[in-house]
Design a protein around this ligand. Structure first.
Ligand code: UFG
Length: 323
């Protein structure tokens, strides 16, 4: 299959492209390179453009005639979304609307969307299942929820077949070290902890007064290659006529910020310098998911999502870049 991959030069998108290519598919990357990296788009052709630019999307669809779409292109930093909400609504919501307009006119093509557990907000209970109410507490979460809503509406109005994959915290890197996590500026915990382990700035813990066992936030970290694998499964599922809907991608285990730091010290054999800071706005205390639906319906089983493996792969990537 030929698959149009928006945001295919970004972190999760580039890993999905690698997984597609390894499975004999052809990813066509559509990316404006505002945050993605040209050299990460190495598994198929690269078309530069904005998702909001419907005419350009249409031109790329006509040129490549893909069988399906995977939509990753989005800004994904919770803190930034709180500081600059319109950036998120414009890029994530308006951008998705342009893309979806072009895709429904052209197709409609099976559509796999990169969604997030940030659409749930502060959970009533953990683990969080897909039927948990979606009440985001930051603009990033809202922006992704609005796109889920668009998909549901387009499913009804235009018979668009769609799957929304709600990832918990994507982490790790391609174990071959070919591609990896590279945000600029980096805001994510694991890469920053590893930078600190390498002698960079100390990692600042955002809040030690949460209602969690050690006072720091708990997240459910999932390996990016496992996430990429789920996208391929979602695609096969839709092509086989599976019903549209949402699936959590979670490892079903929560780790606190302090546990992540301790794991990094163990894996890297180095001390991680730490600074205690204030809470970051928009952070729920604990997010842990259940992926029972993805396991049962998509046959998805995470294989690299143990915390130490994710940290080890991220560590390999970080060191390979700085040799
Ligand atoms: N954290 C720190 N110090 C840092 C960076 C992060 O203590 O320097 C803490 C955060 O407060 C949070 C945890 O580490 O509790 C993880 O933070 P990340 O920034 O790595 O990830 P987020 O949980 O904020 O967000 C990520 C993705 C989102 C996704 C979300 C789902 O960026 O796209 O996971 O939980 F929606």
């Amino acid at each position: 299959m030929k698959v149009l991959v928006t945001g295919g030069a970004g972190f999760v998108g580039s890993h999905a492209c690698k997984a597609l290519a390894l499975s004999g598919h052809e990813p066509v990357v559509y990316d404006n390179l505002s945050r993605g990296h040209r050299d990460a788009a190495r598994f198929g052709p690269l078309e530069i453009g904005d998702t909001a630019d419907k005419t350009r999307v249409r031109e790329v669809l006509e040129r490549h005639r893909p069988d399906a779409v995977m939509h990753f292109a989005a800004f994904a930093a919770v803190g930034e979304s709180v500081e600059n909400p319109l950036l998120y609504y414009r890029n994530n919501v308006t951008g998705s609307a342009g893309l979806l307009e072009a895709v429904t006119e052209f197709g409609p093509l099976p559509f796999v969307f990169s969604s997030t557990c940030a659409t749930y907000g502060v959970p009533d209970q953990v683990p969080i299942g897909e039927d948990h109410p979606q009440r985001p507490i930051n603009p990033y979460g809202f922006s992704k929820l609005f796109v889920e809503r668009m998909l549901a509406d387009l499913g009804a109005s235009h018979r668009l077949p769609w799957v929304a994959l709600r990832y918990f915290n994507a982490a790790g890197s391609d174990p071959d070290g070919e591609i990896g996590e590279r945000h600029d500026p980096e805001t994510h915990l694991i890469p920053l902890v590893l930078e600190a382990a390498r002698g960079g700035a100390p990692i600042q813990i955002f809040g030690t007064d949460y209602d969690t066992p050690d006072g720091t936030c708990i997240r459910d970290y999932v390996h990016v290659m496992d996430i990429a694998d789920a996208h391929l499964r979602a695609l096969d599922y839709l092509i086989a006529g599976g019903a549209s809907g949402a699936f959590n991608l979670a490892n079903e285990r929560g780790h606190s910020v302090k546990e992540v730091i301790a794991a990094a010290e163990r894996v890297c054999g180095r001390t991680v310098p730490v600074k205690i800071g204030a809470r970051r706005a928009g952070d729920p205390p604990a997010l842990v998911g259940t992926a029972a639906r993805a396991r049962a319906v998509l046959g998805w089983t995470p294989t690299r999502s143990g915390l130490d493996v994710q940290i080890a792969d991220a560590w390999t990537w970080l060191r390979s870049r700085n040799r």
